[in-house]
Ligand binder design. Structure first.
Ligand SMILES: Cc1cc2nc3c(=O)[nH]c(=O)nc-3n(C[C@H](O)[C@H](O)[C@H](O)COP(=O)(O)OP(=O)(O)OC[C@H]3O[C@@H](n4cnc5c(N)ncnc54)[C@H](O)[C@@H]3O)c2cc1C
Length: 430
């Protein structure tokens, strides 16, 4: 069953006019809303389903700088600082802890890969370092796996997805943001080519700016406006154990498993090497742009014609403001759990750390990630539609950076000095 976030009391409707409309109540849209509300800028968040009902409640909660591409690290460094302040800022626990993250290497070639990454970020003064097999034994005791080494970043950590989005949403609401659930945005209202509002399933709302933080739906939303945002769906399966004794607080990523203990003592785990790509029309249209990513992938991407393939074909790609949109037809993207991946993860975990042998799967779920060809998100304006800004395409690692990404998006909307250089995230790079 998909994780549910702590409930949030949202608004029954929206005002006729606001300054900024945010499309999408995931963690990115919500942090952007919090940033704007803190500056007393009128903001309305419109969510087609339930807050954080898609990726933002289903992720593993990892907050990491480790193995991010160098241009993406400054955003992750900024996010670390914001996560550390978040509980005070929102007045609630978000489950954040700087408990470290470690990636394990099976072969010397893996170690060399991590050494190359360290060189690529040497100018950024990270605390990441290579660790030897005996250091792994000390830091993560009780293991039986054979490792050539690992890459460890003590200042990385995790937050709890079921706590974070609701705490951020409640804080944004308390500061004046209007947050509405079950309200799909069908399209933009344009005047002289500029954003003048959005058309929702419940009527129009006028605004000066729109921030599209629609996760994997952003491609379809923009496609209807004649704009091609390259993202493809990729499904990851995960599960949670009951509270239990673990080897350490560090989040550990092996080649074919990962585990991380949360504040309630439970572990969120996954089969790291296995992802499922439900084949869609988009794979035919833009799949070629992902060839280098596929070649570099060390794990297994299982491409399948799935229920999602049929569902995807049934959803319209073009519609008008008066038509029921795809976003009303699919309130929540809820892919089926991939039990084989979860079983593989349990077996791989048990072989590496015997205390996980036969670990109970208390709840299991899957989530669909929105992957761009270079795995960087898009955070920035769309030149062809003044007033439209994107914060989307987080490529399976947007929870960790979300406090900084949402802030960056808000600053690009208002024209303030951005928290980091937005150049790596420009839409025009595609
Ligand atoms: C299994 C799994 C594990 C992951 N693990 C990690 C991790 O450990 N660390 C990490 O950093 N990242 C992780 N991620 C990725 C991370 O969850 C995402 O990058 C992040 O949550 C993206 O947030 P978002 O707000 O952009 O998107 P989402 O959470 O997908 O939110 C987008 C929202 O927009 C809404 N929406 C879309 N279109 C419309 C519309 N037209 N009208 C109204 N609403 C609309 C959707 O309903 C949705 O709620 C993981 C993802 C998955 C699936």
């Amino acid at each position: 069953m998909a994780p549910t976030i702590t409930p949030v009391e949202t608004a029954p409707g929206f005002p006729p006019r606001t300054s900024v409309v945010i499309i999408g109540g995931g963690i990115v849209g919500l942090t952007a809303a919090l940033t704007l509300a803190e500056k007393n800028i009128p903001v309305v968040v419109l969510e087609k389903g339930r807050l954080a009902g898609e990726q933002s409640s289903r992720n593993l909660g990892w907050v990491r700088k480790t193995i991010r591409a160098a241009p993406d690290v400054p955003l992750a460094i900024a996010a670390d600082r914001l996560w550390a302040e978040m509980a005070t800022r929102v007045g609630a626990n978000v489950g954040y802890g700087r408990t470290g993250i470690m990636y394990l290497d099976r072969t010397e070639a893996d170690v060399a890969g991590h050494e190359d990454w360290l060189k690529s970020v040497s100018h950024l003064s990270l605390d990441s370092r290579l660790v030897t097999p005996s250091e792994i034994d000390e830091l993560v005791p009780g293991g039986e796996g054979k490792w050539a080494g690992g890459l460890y970043t003590p200042s990385d950590g995790h937050a709890d997805p079921t706590l974070a989005a609701s705490a951020i949403a409640k804080a944004a609401i308390s500061k004046g943001a209007v947050v509405v659930e079950n309200c799909a945005v069908r399209t933009l209202s344009l005047e002289a080519g500029r954003v003048a509002g959005v058309v929702t399933e419940r009527g129009e709302i006028r605004c000066d700016h729109v921030l599209l933080a629609g996760g994997l739906w952003s491609r379809r939303f923009l496609g209807n406006l004649g704009i091609s945002l390259p993202t493809l769906p990729l499904v990851c399966s995960a599960f949670r154990s009951p509270p239990m004794q673990g080897p350490c607080k560090i989040g550990v990523a092996g080649p074919d498993f990962s585990f991380c203990q949360h504040q309630d003592g439970s572990f969120i785990m996954t089969q790291r090497a296995a992802l499922m790509a439900p084949l869609t029309l988009d794979h035919v249209l833009i799949g070629m742009r992902y060839l280098s990513q596929l070649r570099g992938n060390r794990g297994i991407v299982r491409m399948k014609v799935e229920r999602e393939t049929i569902d995807d074909l049934k959803l319209p790609r073009r519609w008008g403001p008066a038509d029921e949109s795809p976003f009303e037809k699919r309130r929540v993207m809820d892919p089926p759990t991939i039990s084989t991946f979860n079983r593989e993860a349990v077996a791989n975990l048990g072989a590496a750390w015997p205390l996980f042998k036969g670990v109970e799967i208390k709840s299991a779920w899957a989530g669909t990630m929105d992957i761009t060809p270079d795995t960087h998100p898009v955070i920035g304006p769309v030149a062809s539609i003044p007033g439209l800004t994107l914060a989307t395409g987080f490529s399976g690692h947007g929870f960790g950076t979300s406090p900084a990404a949402g802030q960056l998006a808000a600053e690009l909307v208002t024209g303030e000095t951005p928290i980091v250089d937005p150049a790596p995230y420009r839409f025009e790079r595609f």
